[in-house]
Write a protein that binds this ligand. Structure first.
Ligand SMILES: Cc1cc2nc3c(=O)[nH]c(=O)nc-3n(C[C@H](O)[C@H](O)[C@H](O)COP(=O)(O)O)c2cc1C
Length: 362
């Protein structure tokens, strides 16, 4: 089973940090479905952590059912990063992750995030300082991309150097910063980073593969093609937080049994809405639910009526009413699986073939 430093995980499947989406309400919802070994906060600015402003307090909010939770920090200044990491660990964070992959201008222009791929000496020094500051209490890890510019593969060398200064796990997103979130993840690039990680630090450091996982079958391909020790899922989890449960089942028993019925999927959405409304407030929760329903709808079969109804909700009770009405109208279909992972996988392959004009590599 996957181990990161002193942290033993129950599952090799990780919920990615996805700023603005993988917040406490979503993490609790996804964790209740099962299968998640580790989740993360959004990337946090060390100033916010130190000052504990309202927004950062929300982003750091957690719960006993939301463990283990890695705290992800981004920044260039080692003193600030170390102070923020110490505070996070004092508050119980079991793992500190350094963001070395964010391609957003606001972050890279401060020489943080993916810009660390272009300033390797500084990235290594920062990592070393963080390991010295908190490494005896919590593993320090790094999440990075293959390289900054298209075609670049700087991550294997950087990963080796980070491990030399005590980094305990590397997560590799198989795209470059220039690619942002588009295109296919490069499995060969991920495999090269996995090899570098396994060849360093006495072979004890795990490497997590990330990028382009849309179904449990994609996760199996990632394990098989790259030799990674764990798989991190980001966008595909947003509309199907049960993906971790189903992927773990596919990994352990070789098939996915008892996929969630329409009724059970609706209960997941209901739970997510309830957490959002209870943990923030009704206007916030309702607004977020209006945005999130289209992600869930991909896994509900024909659901235009629900999408329209959710755009109109203005009171918490309206969410339950819209969900109940949708289930009533579904009739016997409520007890059936609306779309299986195998069907979704095939659908995505067909879409990819149409876009590419050629078959997607298996
Ligand atoms: C809206 C959005 C926000 C993200 N926020 C973060 C973040 O805070 N920290 C981070 O390391 N990665 C962040 N990512 C990157 C994801 O963690 C992940 O590496 C990327 O989406 C590739 O995985 P996927 O193909 O499964 O989506 C974000 C991605 C998206 C789309």
């Amino acid at each position: 089973m996957l181990r990161i430093g002193s942290l033993q995980l129950d599952s090799p499947l990780l919920l990615a940090p996805v700023a603005g989406h993988c917040d406490l309400p979503f993490r609790l919802t996804a964790r209740s479905c099962g299968g998640i070994g580790l989740a993360y906060t959004d990337l946090l600015c060390p100033h916010g952590v130190i000052k504990q402003n309202k927004q950062t307090r929300w982003l750091m909010a957690t719960d006993s059912a939301d463990q283990p939770l890695g705290t992800q920090l981004y920044g260039k200044d080692p003193d600030l990063m170390c102070e923020a990491a110490r505070l996070a660990v004092d508050h119980g964070a079991p793992l500190i992750d350094i963001n070395m992959g964010c391609p957003v201008d606001k972050v890279t222009k401060t020489f943080a995030g993916a810009m660390m791929l272009c300033t390797a000496d500084h990235a290594v020094e920062l990592a070393q300082r963080l390991v010295e500051a908190v490494g005896d209490r919590a593993p320090v890890t790094a999440k990075m991309r293959l390289g900054y510019r298209h075609g670049e593969l700087t991550a294997p060398e950087l990963a080796r150097r980070l491990i030399d200064v005590g980094i305990q796990c590397i997560t590799i997103h198989g795209r470059t910063a220039e690619q942002r979130f588009k295109g296919f993840a490069d499995m060969d690039g991920i495999a090269a980073v996995v090899d570098a990680v396994h060849g360093a630090g006495g072979g004890a450091i795990p490497c997590i593969g990330n990028g382009g996982i849309r179904t449990p079958y994609d996760a199996i391909t990632m394990f098989d093609r790259t030799g990674c020790d764990g798989v991190m899922i980001a966008r595909a989890a947003l509309g199907a937080p049960w993906i971790f449960h189903d992927t773990r089942q596919l990994l352990t028993v070789g098939r996915i049994d008892n996929e969630l019925t329409l009724q059970q999927r609706i209960e997941v959405i209901r739970q997510h809405a309830r957490h959002m409304i209870a943990m923030r407030d009704a206007p916030y929760g309702l607004n977020r639910m209006r945005q999130k329903i289209s992600g869930y709808a991909k896994h509900l079969g024909p659901s235009k009526a629900l999408r329209i109804a959710m755009q109109k909700v203005s009171e918490p009770d309206h969410v339950d009413e819209a969900l109940d009405r949708f289930l009533d109208e579904a009739g016997a279909a409520a007890d059936a699986v609306p779309i299986t992972w195998a069907q979704r996988h095939e659908q995505l392959q067909i879409e990819a073939n149409r876009i590419q004009g050629s078959p997607v590599p298996a």
